[in-house]
Design a protein around this ligand. Structure first.
Ligand SMILES: Nc1ncnc2c1ncn2[C@@H]1O[C@H](COP(=O)(O)OP(=O)(O)O)[C@@H](O)[C@H]1O
Ligand SMILES: [Mg+2]
Length: 260
């Protein structure tokens, strides 16, 4: 839901119209290829229409409402491992002189890795129920690793009120999934408070961005926010998060899977 341009498949490639971040993303994808990171499309060049050509990754991409196969604990752990490997692969990426990164959802303090910043299920490729790749790097930008962990945790635990967000199966144990995700990523338990601060900060920044887009008349956001009851959802989710804040800190801090 973060962009309106049309990405199309052509054979075993996808074609992406250029955006302001295309140059930076191209450099990132070439770096990922160089260091042998398999969980991202390959950059293959430009086509005759001036679009970027990327490899098509064969598999299934979850769309809302997210089916049970995309929300298993296995998939959650896979995603955490893949995200960790992605961050590690980008740590050696020298982005001096590279500009044009999207700022919309980016870590305001930047950081030592590249964050994906758009870790919705729609941007994750599955095969046979396992997570195999991240796609859609248009929103990527330098950031702290925990910034992406904060985004992924919100979308995949998910950290939202069960009644307000109907995209996910209702039965998911959000706090247990957060604990599992943090543990699989390798979040040090003593960084629990820091991660929770980032979860709240990222959420506030994202909401502020959406509200400013709406105030500026961005029709895509106006329609989406209206159709999905965005403001009411935001309020309900805020209340849920506040109510569960201590449990969330404890979950990340303990990360013991046997605890209730
Ligand atoms: N490299 C790829 N391999 C497989 N599927 C892709 C790839 N790129 C895009 N897709 C599919 O196209 C959809 C839209 O592409 P995406 O890159 O997420 O663009 P956006 O969200 O900006 O429209 C994805 O959700 C996915 O289903
Ligand atoms: Mg996408």
């Amino acid at each position: 839901m973060h962009s309106t341009h049309a990405v199309v498949r052509v054979g075993d490639t996808v074609r992406r119209p250029l955006t302001e971040s295309s140059g930076a993303v191209r450099a990132l994808l070439l770096h990922l290829e160089k260091v042998g990171f398999e969980g991202a499309p390959r950059y293959l060049g430009r086509d005759g229409e001036g679009r970027d050509v990327l490899s098509y990754i064969d598999g299934q991409v979850p769309l809302p409402p997210y089916r049970a196969w995309s929300m298993t604990d296995h998939a959650l752990v896979d995603l955490a491992h893949l995200l960790r490997r992605f961050h590690e692969a980008t740590a050696s990426f020298d982005c001096t002189g590279i500009s044009g990164w999207a700022s919309d959802w980016a870590d305001p303090l930047a950081g030592r890795v590249i964050c994906h910043n758009d870790l919705f299920p729609e941007n994750v490729v599955f095969r046979d129920g396992r997570v195999i790749a991240l796609i859609d790097f248009d929103m990527a930008a330098p950031g702290r690793p925990l910034w992406d962990v904060a985004i992924a945790a919100q979308e995949w635990a998910p950290l939202s009120a069960p009644d307000a967000r109907r995209d996910h199966p209702r039965h998911l144990d959000r706090i247990a999934r957060l604990r599992r995700f943090a543990r699989a990523y390798g979040v040090e338990p003593d960084r629990a408070s820091e991660l929770v601060e980032l979860i709240f900060a990222e959420r506030q920044q994202a909401l502020a961005h959406i509200r400013s887009e709406i105030a500026a008349g961005n029709q895509t956001w106006v329609d989406h926010w209206h159709e999905t009851g965005g403001e009411e959802r935001a309020e309900t989710d805020d209340a849920w998060l506040e109510q569960h804040r201590d449990a969330i800190v404890d979950a990340i801090g303990s990360q013991c899977l046997n605890r209730p």
